[in-house]
Design a protein around this ligand. Structure first.
Ligand code: GLA
Length: 404
């Protein structure tokens, strides 16, 4: 009798236990490429293959970019059994063949769907088909799912994302789960155990500061999106990241300085580094920004602590990010279009990070200063730092604690 009761309890536990997201897939912010910013719905298998090749040839793979993600508009209709098919015109060899190709280059493959009836681009959504879709993705060899929020009517967000998580868990393949409900339902408060990352805002577009009004919704410039991250740092950490959207580095609306500032800030706030750039045709400067290994090391630091704004004087902000081994990243962000003189007295600066429980007291501790963009040492924090930051640009520093 005791055995029967125990077995029943075990069955009940399995049936009701909450699904687990796959561990170990996002211990540091995920890195990759996504098709949307640059190709929107004009995406084909040929383009994706070319991008994957370019990620290898132009050094992105070596720099740590791992996922090649097709965003909206790869879908065909559902078949008579309800399984999703691929768009035969733009993906004639099929998604599975494309995933195989991406894998053959040593990269991982990502795809996109939506918790509603349709995707934002009007293709079939996953609502009601979650388990079938997850099975298909696993069969195709998908490693990453971006899950959007269009056409969801009155669906409960936590329930919808939890359902897809359960479907992915059941399908049995490790798939990174990237939630994209634009921060509407404050996912940072409830999604830690559901998604590996969650969008915190509406869509980004390639303007340093601005709003692109589409009527019922708006896209936002780089600084606008940065400002919207205020107050969210305590919710991010290894395995669960705030996602301020895919990067616009090197895209038409941004100058080189602005692209550098954009990338630097996404590194400072431990954002996933998902490039939305035309990798094949990007300029050398753009590739240099995207593959700057010192900046990437700040983003990928193993503590996984999101940086914070420490101070602001006029349009010059100073951001700090605690790093492993007692180090710090510091970034001077010039929001103005004209250059700014800096005369920064470290010894008069106290950095008290209550969230990370870390302090930097420059009067007692000396750090070695490294300019992350110039790849040059700038001396120590014993003396004030005097330099200039160009308009819409950054000075990004790695401070090494030399007394450790
Ligand atoms: C939404 C998302 C974007 C992109 C498009 C695709 O707007 O926020 O990132 O995926 O849908 O239609």
């Amino acid at each position: 009798m005791r055995k029967i009761v125990l077995s029943l309890l075990a069955v009940l536990f399995v049936l009701t236990a909450s699904a687990q997201k796959y561990p170990g897939l996002a211990d540091t912010p995920p890195m990759g490429w996504n098709s949307w910013n640059i190709y929107a719905c004009d995406i084909t298998e040929q383009l994706v293959r070319e991008v994957a090749d370019a990620m290898v040839d132009r050094g992105l793979k070596e720099a740590g970019y791992e996922y090649v993600v097709i965003d909206d508009c790869w879908h065909g209709e559902r078949d008579s059994l309800g399984f999703i098919t691929d768009d035969q015109e733009n993906f004639p060899s099929g998604i599975k063949a494309l995933a195989d190709y991406v894998h053959s280059l040593g990269l991982k493959f990502g795809i996109y769907s939506d918790a509603g009836w349709t995707t934002c681009g009007g293709r079939p959504g996953s609502r009601g088909y979650e388990y079938q879709d997850a099975l298909k993705y696993a069969e195709w060899g998908v490693d990453y799912l971006k899950y959007d929020w269009c056409a969801t009517d009155n669906v409960n967000a936590k329930g919808a994302y939890d359902t897809m998580l359960r479907a992915l868990a059941k399908a049995g393949r490790p798939i990174l789960f990237s939630m994209c409900e634009w921060g509407d339902n404050k996912p940072w408060l409830w999604a830690k155990d559901i998604g590996h990352m969650w969008r915190t805002t509406g869509d980004i577009y390639d303007d340093f500061y601005g709003e692109d009004d589409h009527g019922t919704w708006s896209s936002w410039g780089i600084l606008n999106i940065l400002d919207m991250q205020d107050g969210l740092r305590e919710y991010a950490g290894p395995g669960h990241w705030n996602d301020p959207d895919m990067m616009e580095v090197g895209n038409h609306g941004l100058s080189v300085n602005e692209s550098r500032a954009h990338f630097a800030m996404w590194c400072m706030i431990a954002s996933p580094l998902i490039a939305g750039t035309d990798i094949q045709n990007a300029s050398e400067e753009t590739i240099e920004i995207l593959t700057n290994e010192e900046a990437i090391a700040i983003n990928q630091d193993l503590l996984g602590i999101q940086g914070f704004k420490h101070s602001k004087t006029d349009s010059l902000e100073v951001w700090y990010k605690p790093l492993a081994e007692g180090d710090w990243a510091v970034c001077f962000l010039n929001r103005d279009s004209i250059s700014k003189e800096i005369n920064y007295d470290w010894k008069a600066t106290v950095v008290k990070d209550d969230f990370a429980k870390r302090n930097a007291n420059f009067a007692n501790t000396t750090y070695e200063i490294r300019d992350v963009w110039k790849h040059k040492n700038l001396g120590k924090t014993k003396r004030a730092l005097k330099t200039t930051v160009p308009g819409h640009d950054v000075l990004m520093l790695h401070l090494s604690n030399i007394e450790k």
